[in-house]
Write a protein that binds this ligand. Structure first.
Ligand code: ADP
Length: 506
């Protein structure tokens, strides 16, 4: 495509997504339709690639939460009695409907998140559809057990839906998070009230508007607002019987405190600072590609799974780094709606400032050296957006916050190692325990690594991310509970009732 036509296409996409953003502005979805919230207060939604305001979302508070949760509770009373396979069939229909709108959803998501259409949001929209299908297919799998006792005594367990599920999601992959939480909640017979992230409420709002075309009124609801004003009241609402949250560890802890008094289960998918370790015997080309994959450039590193602590064995440090440093500049940073763009913009001014703070900290650290990046791109066309170049830093001491904190941006540290026990100890010396990856041709080392890593998602010779049927979740400050598997659905979205029916004569 010549560049004039390409620019034209970007303009068309931007205009269409902006129109949709304006149409959705000021609304939430409950009681089966897109409608205004009780509150007249709104907050602005920005296009992070330009800094321009693209829409407004209701700044819901406790009164909105109460209204929507009560509506969801009424819908739950009927939804729980819909047969499990029928609920599944409705989710499959929902998936078909979302699939038809996937491209428009992806473009709207790119407009508000800064994630590139070609490398992130288009694939994410497909994953969203896939996750709804996955849970639609599992709706009939909410099985209990029968327990041997005695003739005439029937002892069994039955899985019950929980009621209204409060779901709270972040901004980095909102379509996927929506499917993960909503698909599971609904398949199990719950109703859901989801609160979108402040930075990216619109594409998810459109998803919920579409869901109303298929699902009974009131079972799938979405609100917008700030964490403490809308998120916390949602968690604390007495009719919310389960909370499923993805976001930072600090907020996860706050939510666990907030629901402690009413004793409800919480699934918390939190942060990560994940080691990506290359051994001396690794296939160099494959490992270099794996280091790049771990940087999660399609989301500007804003991924909890990202391999942001890179440990390269001294024997392969140079050849791996040579390939990685040569590959990074080939990823094109640009307008997220441009088909040629592979890396978009960081989500917000605040998040960009956070990235810059950590890079500045590294610059002031003795012995630390920025190998690539460490600045905003020079392209003037990108100057108003929150773009940042992919940044690798070596020589950062393990105790530095640059090595320990989840920066949540395109920044990773690189370290040289020689002793396997020591690198495993260092990899585990983290408050997080989400993902870990090893590159090796040595089977014994691979299993040693698997056994010894304190992380919920461990991979050898590949860097994949969560998807349907790849169970996902962490340990330590990375969270509690699991998602995206049949077990996670049964264990975390239903509760078990023990039943004894005694038909014996005596
Ligand atoms: P991030 O740094 O990724 O924005 P947060 O954990 O702050 O991570 O936000 C993730 C989600 O949690 C957002 O939807 C946000 O509004 C919500 N949130 C923030 N604080 C609270 C809170 N105290 N209670 C409930 N939800 C919250």
């Amino acid at each position: 495509m010549d560049s004039a036509r390409q620019m034209d296409l970007v303009m068309q996409r931007t205009d269409a997504a902006m129109r949709e953003a304006r149409r959705l502005s000021g609304h939430i979805v409950f009681d089966g339709k897109l409608q205004p919230a009780l509150t007249a207060e709104t907050f602005e939604v920005e296009n992070p690639a330009t800094g321009a305001v693209i829409g407004k979302a209701p700044r819901c508070g406790a009164a909105d939460v109460d209204q929507v949760v009560r509506s969801a509770q009424r819908a739950f009373e009927s939804w729980r009695r819909v047969s499990a396979r029928e609920r599944g069939a409705l989710l499959l229909k929902a998936a078909d409907l979302l699939e038809k709108e996937a491209e428009a959803l992806a473009q709207l998501s790119s407009l508000e998140t800064g994630n590139a259409l070609a490398t992130q949001t288009r694939g994410e929209a497909a994953t969203m559809v896939d996750i709804f299908r996955f849970f639609g297919g599992l709706a009939g799998e909410m099985k209990g057990m029968t327990v041997p006792r005695a003739d005439g005594v029937f002892l069994y367990t039955k899985r019950e839906p929980m009621g209204v599920v409060g779901a709270i999601i972040p901004w980095n992959a909102p379509l996927m998070q929506t499917a993960t939480k909503t698909g599971a909640a609904l398949a199990a017979g719950n109703a859901v009230v989801l609160k979108t992230a402040e930075q990216a409420p619109l594409a998810v709002l459109r998803v919920f508007e579409l869901l109303q075309g298929v699902l009974p009124a009131g079972v799938a609801n979405v609100i917008s607002g700030f964490g403490t004003e809308a998120g916390q009241p949602l968690c604390e609402h007495p009719l919310v019987r389960k909370v499923t949250f993805t976001g930072s560890s600090a907020t996860g802890a706050r939510i666990l405190h907030a629901v402690a008094d009413k004793i409800v289960p919480v699934t918390a998918e939190l942060g990560g600072k994940n080691p990506n370790i290359v051994m001396a015997d690794a296939d160099i080309e494959r490992a270099a590609k794996g280091v790049i994959a771990g940087l999660r450039l399609q989301r500007q590193g804003q991924s909890c799974t990202a391999g942001t602590r890179i440990y390269l064995h001294a024997d392969v440090y140079e050849p791996v780094m040579e390939r990685v440093l040569a590959a990074i500049p080939t990823f094109r940073i640009g307008n997220p709606l441009d088909e040629a763009t592979q890396v978009g913009s960081i989500i917000s001014r605040e998040q960009l400032a956070r990235v810059e703070r950590y890079v500045a900290m590294a610059r002031e650290t003795d012995g630390a050296k920025i190998l690539i990046g460490g600045e905003r791109p020079s392209d003037l066309a990108l100057k108003d957006g929150y773009f940042y170049t992919t940044t690798l830093i070596e020589g950062v001491p393990p105790a530095s916050p640059v090595c320990r904190d989840e920066i949540f941006g395109p920044v990773a540290t690189v370290a040289r190692w020689t002793d396997f026990d020591q690198v495993i100890a260092e990899a585990n010396d983290s408050t997080f325990g989400l993902a870990a990856v090893l590159w090796t041709e040595n089977l014994r080392a691979a299993f040693d690594f698997i056994d010894r890593m304190d992380a919920g998602f461990v991979q050898v010779n590949q860097f994949a991310v969560a998807e349907a049927n790849i169970e996902y979740g962490g340990t330590k400050l990375s969270g509690t509970g699991r998602e995206l598997s049949v077990e996670s659905l049964v264990n975390h979205f239903t509760w078990s009732k023990t039943v004894i029916v005694n038909t014996a004569a005596q």
